[in-house]
Write a protein that binds this ligand. Structure first.
Ligand code: DSN
Length: 455
């Protein structure tokens, strides 16, 4: 008997996604093929261990022509070995990495696995402050890793919105971190990876780690620098944001790859194998092979020329949208964007908080999220800012005209929020106008359907 309740909700979600526009910068629309792989029979299979790392250079066909030297703890790996090896080979090619571990279940798992691979309890990590755009797993006190390791935070300069590299250098010299971590969920500049590598140069055994979850698709598509090309040892990412794959994690590294069955010496050169042992058995059990298959499909898609065009278009759409918003009086942290992401200070722009804007945008089918801005004085659940991005709407094929349209809808929504927030007018005074905007959004959404989704 079919579980109708759940399948009705799946249909409702298909409709919500199809009729609205997704502006949350960490979301995207995975292709039908990625979703098919996710729903495949690989979900039935246990594959603890690894598929062997011999001969992963060259094309897919060359990789498939070699018999894997697998290290698995279950039989029946004839097909799983091949898909995992293809995923690894594709990830290595795309990100110029010596090694890829495609098994982390999420970005948080990927980060924790790297910490566990390189650090002893009490060791210091220098990462970006959560309140300045960093990520929870970069040392927020509520996390498990913050109980184990000593996180020290650098921030951004609120005037420029850029990383305060002088502060980073001062903190690095003072605390001698074992990891310097560059990564973020709300940052719209391009990090100066060379400068960070220079800062780390004089610190013994300092691992350079980049959490590029937000921009991995831009890196893969050549629209953003790759930290592994600038002296970084490790890059972690999720696979579902700009990379447009299934929800999951990925760890890329530079160094020597050896058998995970033998513990290697604790050196930066051995980081690939230290990471493999840290993912399994260190922090995870069986890999999700249906997700690994879907990661392989997404990486295949990211190797196509069309994906390079996509990555470039995401960045140029973000710039057009940022310019449109600024022309409408929105004050952007950092004064614009260099990637896919826009952070707006709603308090400074219109005297309203980000949650009010998020809620009102939802009513017309435009989805974004309230977000803290650097040095925010408001609490995280009702912060001063909003965060939006162009990864998903670019997947739908939208470009300049639609960005300008979104900018003008947002201006009107902000004005409505101001009226309601000030108490000058009740919300129901705007019911008809909000319904009309919602209909305009629906019409544009219909012109640009989500690839691979029929509803
Ligand atoms: N939750 C993600 C984001 O929205 O940026 C980061 O993991």
């Amino acid at each position: 008997m079919k579980d109708n309740k759940i399948f009705e909700l799946i249909d409702a979600e298909k409709q919500r996604q199809s009729e609205g526009l997704e502006l949350i910068p960490s979301e995207n629309y995975a292709s039908a093929e990625v979703r098919e792989a996710m729903g495949s029979v690989f979900t039935n299979k246990y594959s603890e261990g690894y598929p062997g790392f011999n001969s992963l250079d060259g094309s897919d066909d060359e990789v498939l022509s070699i018999e894997p030297d697998n290290y698995r703890y279950y039989g029946g790996q004839q097909n799983t070995d091949k898909i995992e090896r293809l995923a690894i080979a594709r990830a290595r090619r795309l990100f110029h990495a010596d090694h890829a571990n495609v098994q982390p279940h999420s970005g948080a798992q990927a980060n924790n696995a790297v910490y566990n691979a390189w650090l002893e309890p009490g060791d210091t990590v220098l990462g970006m402050n959560l309140g300045h755009g960093g990520h929870l797993t970069h040392g927020a006190p509520v996390t498990q890793s913050a109980k184990i390791y000593n996180f020290v935070s650098y921030g951004v300069n609120p005037e420029t919105g850029d990383i305060d590299y002088d502060e980073m250098a001062r903190l690095a010299a003072e605390h001698q971190p074992k990891i310097i971590l560059v990564g973020y969920s709300a940052f719209s500049k391009i990090p100066d990876f060379d400068r960070v590598a220079e800062i780390a140069k004089d610190i013994p055994d300092c691992l350079l780690m980049a959490d590029m979850a937000h921009v991995a698709g831009l890196i893969a598509g050549g629209a953003h620098p790759n930290p592994l090309d600038h002296g970084f040892h490790v890059m972690t990412t999720t696979t579902h944001k700009t990379l447009r794959g299934p929800r999951g994690g990925l760890i890329l590294s530079r160094g020597k790859v050896s058998s995970p069955l033998k513990k290697p010496e604790h050196t930066l050169e051995n980081i690939p194998t230290l990471i493999d042992r840290s993912v399994f058995p260190g922090t995870q059990g069986g890999p999700l092979m249906h997700i690994v298959a879907a990661k392989a499909v997404a990486l295949y898609e990211a190797e196509q020329v069309s994906f390079q065009n996509y990555a470039r278009e995401v960045v140029s759409n973000a710039k057009v949208l940022a310019d449109a918003l600024m022309a409408h009086g929105f004050k952007l942290v950092g004064g614009g964007t260099k990637n896919h992401l826009i952070l707006v200070d709603m308090m400074a722009s219109f005297g309203i908080d980000g949650k009010i804007m998020e809620t009102m945008m939802d009513k017309v089918g435009l989805t974004l999220n309230a977000n803290a801005i650097p040095n925010d004085t408001l609490p995280p659940f009702r912060p001063s800012g909003i965060r939006l991005g162009t990864a998903a709407i670019t997947t739908r094929g939208m470009s300049r005209n639609e960005m300008i349209k979104i900018g003008s809808w947002m201006r009107r929504i902000a004005e409505i929020c101001v009226e309601i927030n000030s108490g000058r007018q009740p919300e129901n005074a705007f019911t008809n106008e909000l319904t009309a905007i919602r209909e305009e959004v629906r019409q544009i959404a219909e012109i640009f359907p989500i690839p691979g989704i029929q509803y």
